[in-house]
Design a protein around this ligand. Structure first.
Ligand code: ZN
Length: 435
């Protein structure tokens, strides 16, 4: 089966594949040729005139189960977020609520051009909750990494749980892969961290861990990993705001990656996003949405916040740097750069087509700069994942099935909010321990 994207403005994110007007040929889900005037008479043609043709975005960390409470925490502090989502709402989640949050959250990401998304799951109150989260990702036609963050609120290793989930998500050529969501030194001890990482290594899993410097978020977390011999190129540190320069150097030397959530980090007071400092020290940044109760779910606004903040701080970085972080570098941090993250012959066809004829970006000059400085989800016209068209003419292909699911998600929200006794009009400020 072949698909030919014709006459698009190609932004490949691969230095070996020149940008410019051209065609992309997809054969059995894989990019087989990129260039001008490709002849493929048997292929299904998608006219990409007035479209930017680029790799889909990669979100390297999102707590997708929280989708039903989108926007409710726009004003929350980090302490309020913890009290609200983990202390107040999470206990009322049933497996079917987790399923709907993960499914609709994944579809929203897909709709805005995020073809690869790491679901950082820390609502594993029972095996049924975990299985529901996995099912939600499986039922959305995106490339997803189920990052299993079991054991939240407990101090012991999660060896048996991790092995059980791994059996449900074996390695293969499917769209769903697995990683470990490590609690790390901020939620357990370094000995438990070492035990969890040992199991992950045995199972061939990458790991992702939230860290930060100072206060309740601990101090010198990267040095602690280094001192225990636990730094490796399969480890992604989430946030890492405020860590010392020598710790960034340790990350660079070990080949660790970083996931930066600029909106959440700024609004919740974690500190300045580390984009520029990481980049300058040789750690390629990646971007993540983190949580939709507090931040928008699309990569355009995430890129723009990161870019504007870094320019404000020190004038460094270019729009092309930012777009690389949001695509190919994200794919590397998910261990998937051989399959996605750029338009490269031999990689899976995870491709998005953005409208270059929309009034908001017209007339269209400087593709990369415009995408980063002025892009928005309304430009996402077509999305392909492994060659399958999942969005076309601005609508998800399975749009008809969407409405009942959206109604169910709203019902879920209403039930949980009622059970937790909270209003939904934005007036709820969770009471934290410090008050
Ligand atoms: Zn997070």
């Amino acid at each position: 089966m072949r698909t030919l994207l014709t006459g698009g403005t190609i932004v490949s994110m691969d230095p070996a594949v020149p940008d410019g007007v051209g065609d992309v040929l997809i054969t059995d889900g894989v990019i087989t040729e990129i260039g001008p005037d490709i002849v493929a008479p048997d292929a299904e043609v998608i006219d990409a005139t007035d479209r930017v043709v680029m790799p889909g975005f990669v979100d390297t960390h999102r707590h997708t189960w929280q989708t039903a409470f989108r926007g409710i925490g726009a004003d929350w502090t980090f302490a309020e977020y913890l009290t609200a989502m983990h202390g107040t709402l999470k206990p009322h989640y049933r497996p079917e609520d987790i399923y709907l949050g993960n499914l609709i959250g994944r579809l929203e990401a897909l709709n805005s051009g995020i073809t690869t998304m790491l679901d950082w799951f820390h609502a594993a109150q029972s095996p049924a909750h975990t299985d529901a989260a996995i099912d939600g990702l499986r039922d959305a036609p995106g490339r997803s990494i189920f990052c299993y963050g079991g054991g939240f609120g407990r101090p012991d290793p999660i060896d048996a749980e991790l092995r059980r989930v791994r059996e449900a998500i074996p390695d293969g050529n499917g769209l769903l892969t697995m990683a470990l969501g490590l609690r790390g030194p901020q939620l357990t001890t370094m000995d438990v961290t070492a035990a969890d990482l040992k199991t992950a290594n045995e199972l061939g899993l990458r790991s992702s861990v939230h860290v930060g410097s100072g206060g309740a978020r601990g101090s010198r977390p990267i040095a602690a990993f280094r001192d225990h011999g636990l730094l490796s190129d399969t480890l992604t540190f989430v946030h890492a705001n405020g860590i010392d320069d020598d710790e960034i150097a340790m990350m660079a030397e070990a080949g660790c990656s970083v996931s930066i959530s600029p909106d959440v980090e700024l609004k919740m007071g974690f500190g300045w996003p580390m984009t520029g400092r990481m980049f300058a020290a040789g750690v390629r940044p990646t971007f993540s949405i983190d949580d939709c109760p507090s931040a928008g779910g699309d990569m355009f606004s995430t890129m723009r916040t990161a870019f504007a903040v870094q320019r404000g701080l020190d004038g460094s970085l270019t729009s092309r740097d930012i777009l690389e972080f949001a695509t190919i570098d994200g794919a590397r941090a998910c261990g998937l750069s051989a399959r996605t993250g750029s338009l490269t012959p031999g990689k899976d066809a995870d491709v998005i087509l953005l409208r270059a004829d929309d009034l908001s970006v017209y007339p269209f000059n400087n593709p990369v700069g415009t995408i980063v400085a002025a892009g928005h989800p309304g430009l996402v016209d077509t999305v392909l994942v492994a060659g399958e068209v999942v969005k076309r003419h601005g609508r998800l292909v399975h749009d008809d099935d969407l409405e009942p699911l959206m109604v169910s998600l709203r019902d879920t929200r209403n039930r949980i909010a009622r059970a937790a006794g909270i209003p939904l009009d934005g007036s709820w400020r969770p009471r934290t321990e410090s008050e």
